[in-house]
Design a protein around this ligand. Structure first.
Ligand SMILES: *Cc1c(COP(=O)(O)O)cnc(C)c1O
Length: 498
């Protein structure tokens, strides 16, 4: 085979005339990000952006070009300092992963390759299949299990619901729609489940009213007797139960539903058993934590994120389905331009696009493959276990401080606590909401809030591998200091509670 000589014309293309100049600028950009990651502790976790700075992002569409250097300088000055800060070790708000330099580099390679992972005969698709194989191994799923990268667990839960719907109603539902069904399908999840489970019921046409929110026990785990009773009541009412969605790591307190019992009930009742393991599922990487998830290996589908505890840069959600054929039957389609061959570029079917709604798809698998390959499962598991140890350290400190109160047991990596006020519920909520905002604005630490049995809680979710005991101590000190100062100012302004 002969190829044309390498003197490519760049006239009219978007490639540079001066690759050497681009190379030097590219190295400066990479160096700036290494510096950012290496010196995170010297920065505030988060800071509000000045209004003038935001205003500059309302400029009209640029018609003329400008230099890469100028755009990069703006990024460094006006974008990087004003992100939410989840790479920072002091970030404990919400369940966000910290990312890694390895993931960043892999993402750069993926962008350079610009592979479209919808399908076709290419090794990038094989890399995604490799991740599926590894996840089968991790979760004890059979060889027939399928997997797919998606944006996040919100989308993975939606796919789980859609596969469960197709499993219950068969292929015809894809044409006739649920409106043609004489009997309404009902699903079951805990009152502490993520709201995206209800949203998945809504989007799938089943309706969020058909999702029963089962009460939880003292440890915030789904009450299995209440679950059995709800299923029986719906059957008596002529409805058709089809799905139990358990949670491995609830978003507010980190509770794990009794997955093994949920699997028993699903088997007895003939229901699909889905697990929302958004962050918690990857506890399977830690031999110390994996037993807490006993029963997850019996799920029909598991939704989780590599971008949370897995530390892969955003976004990298994943759905694993025990029966790959049922999964494919919920999404596959035929279109002439997607026809399959046994040779050439249209070979190697089935393709990722047969397992979900996306046709064009990025190479999320690459940054995940690099992360798992470079760090290894054991080291990632140890980093996950360490976040739980740090959460226990924070919980012990909270319990040792008379001014603080622990609001929920610490099952994994989330600590919900509050500053003890006067005992007046509304005033104490206002006090803790004010403490939360002051601590966030201090840039010292970034906790978030939730409600635990009606009370506003300061919530520290330790997800970032960079977070150390010193960071949770700093949070604790800041809450104590701010709480004492605010409690002393008698007239606390009523604050909107987040
Ligand atoms: C974060 C989270 C979700 C949503 O996942 P995304 O990746 O943000 O879409 C769902 N469920 C739980 C338990 C979560 O923690």
């Amino acid at each position: 085979m002969t190829y044309p000589p390498a003197e490519p014309p760049t006239e009219g293309t978007l490639d540079p005339d001066d690759w050497a100049g681009l190379r030097a600028q590219g190295h400066r950009m990479l160096d700036d990000m290494f510096d950012y990651l290496a010196t995170l502790r010297e920065r505030p976790v988060w800071q509000p952006a000045p209004a003038e700075l935001r205003a500059a992002f309302r400029a009209p569409l640029p018609r003329a070009p400008s230099s890469l250097e100028a755009a990069h300088n703006r990024f460094m000055r006006e974008i990087l300092p004003y992100a939410v800060g989840n790479a920072h070790p002091g970030f404990m708000g919400w369940v966000h992963g910290g990312g890694t330099a390895v993931g960043m580099l892999a993402e750069t390679l993926a962008a350079g390759l610009n592979a479209n992972l919808g399908g076709r005969n290419q090794v990038p698709v094989e890399v995604e299949r490799q991740i599926t194989r590894w996840m089968r191994e991790l979760f004890g799923f059979p060889d027939a299990a399928s997997g797919l990268f998606v944006t996040g667990t919100s989308m993975a839960n939606l796919i789980g619901v859609l596969v469960a719907r197709a499993a219950a109603l068969g292929r015809p539902v894809r044409r006739a729609g649920v409106a043609a069904e004489p009997t309404r399908l009902t699903a079951y999840t805990s009152a502490c489940a993520h709201t995206c489970v209800a949203q998945a019921m809504d989007i799938s046409g089943l309706g969020s009213d058909a999702l029963r929110l089962i009460p939880v026990d003292d440890d915030f785990r789904m009450d299995v007797d209440a679950l059995r009773a709800a299923i029986a009541a719906d059957r008596r009412a002529g409805l058709r139960p089809f799905l139990i969605a358990g949670t491995a790591g609830t978003v507010d307190v980190g509770a794990v539903d009794p997955l093994d019992t949920l699997a028993d009930i699903a088997a007895d009742e003939g229901l699909w058993f889905h697990v929302d393991g958004a962050f918690g599922a990857l506890a399977m990487l830690s031999p110390e934590l994996a037993p807490l998830l006993a029963g997850i290996e019996r799920a029909d589908s598991i939704a989780f994120d590599f971008h949370k505890w897995g530390q892969v840069p955003y976004d990298a959600g994943f759905i694993l389905v025990r029966d790959g054929e049922t999964h494919r039957a919920a999404f596959d389609a035929s279109a002439a331009y997607l026809s399959r061959e046994t040779r050439g570029m249209a070979a190697d079917s089935p393709w990722p696009c047969d397992y979900g709604p996306d046709l064009s798809r990025g190479f999320r698998a690459l940054k995940t493959w690099f992360t798992l390959t470079v760090y290894g499962a054991d080291r990632l598991g140890a980093a996950i276990a360490r976040t739980c140890a740090i959460a226990r350290h924070l919980a012990r400190r909270v319990q040792a401080e008379p001014a603080l109160e622990l609001l929920a047991p610490v099952a994994l990596n989330i600590v919900c606590f509050r500053y003890r006020g006067t005992g007046d519920a509304a005033a104490d909520d206002r006090l803790n909401a004010a403490i939360l905002l002051a601590v966030q604005e201090s840039g010292l630490a970034a906790p978030s809030s939730t409600r635990v049995r009606g009370s506003l809680a300061i919530r520290a979710a330790i997800v970032n591998h960079r977070t150390a005991p010193v960071d949770v101590d700093r949070l604790c000190d800041a809450v104590l200091r701010t709480g004492a100062a605010l409690a002393a100012t008698a007239a606390l302004e009523p604050h909107p509670i987040p």
